[in-house]
Design a binder for this molecule. Sequence first.
Ligand SMILES: C[S@@+](CC[C@H](N)C(=O)[O-])C[C@H]1O[C@@H](n2cnc3c(N)ncnc32)[C@H](O)[C@@H]1O
Length: 260
Amino acid sequence: MQESLYDWEWFVNNFETISQIDLSAYKRPQMERRINNFMRIAGCTDYRSFVSLLNADAEICHKFMEYITINVSEFFRNPDYWRILEQDIIPQLLQQRPLLKVWSAGCSTGEEAYSLAMLFQARFPGHVQSIKATDLDREVLKKAARALYPNKVVRTLPDPYLQRYMQPEGEYYKVIDEIKKMVEFERHDLLKDPYEQDYDLILCRNVFIYMTEASKQNLYRKFAAALRPGGILFIGSTEQIFQAVEVGFHARSTFFYQKN
Ligand SMILES: C[S@@+](CC[C@H](N)C(=O)[O-])C[C@H]1O[C@@H](n2cnc3c(N)ncnc32)[C@H](O)[C@@H]1O
């Protein structure tokens, strides 16, 4: 399926009208490949017929958004880094302030935000002021708020956490209310919406992967501005901030960046 530059730009503009998602901020080859794949499966051979389909069929449109935003998540994803968070980063942040303001940015279906809430409840009770969790995709936020996860999804939870903070419900586990009420979910587009300030800790993990270098730089600067001096940005295990100092950080350890 070969599309001209003009067609791609036409699609990006029209898709933004439908979804408010700005595809031009993401890496074009990866996006194009995924989109062309989806179009083929949906039986469309060009962007115009695909946009008509997205406008006409809400269910396909929803499936497509899910497909391109890539919502895979896990509880305590990369446990080694969560250990560093628990044993090194949070204790140090707590030496500076007794109550931490935390943000899970690009939280998908909520596993990351609930992992944070469980960690604070188990290891630092009473030391979290708020946990905000945001995503671009309204559908994942609905799932996050439901807090119901299939058995296979909870397998990465340490056993004591599973026992204490999840309730079995048939083939699912539900996050208990004590943990649920610690997290506030909200729709937020990292590329377009204003950022709150004065965070101690921000997790933005596995969100940058498909973004262009320019969008990433832009986001790093916004995260630096949203953190208080000394605050920490925790990123994904395949990500790295090159020239961190230029965007307002220094590397504290791999995947943890501290605001200067
Ligand atoms: C792979 S998931 C990562 C979930 C979680 N942070 C983790 O590491 O397990 C990426 C999430 O980023 C969200 N996302 C992508 N672009 C975004 C944007 N511009 N603003 C907010 N969220 C975005 C997607 O909707 C998706 O839910």
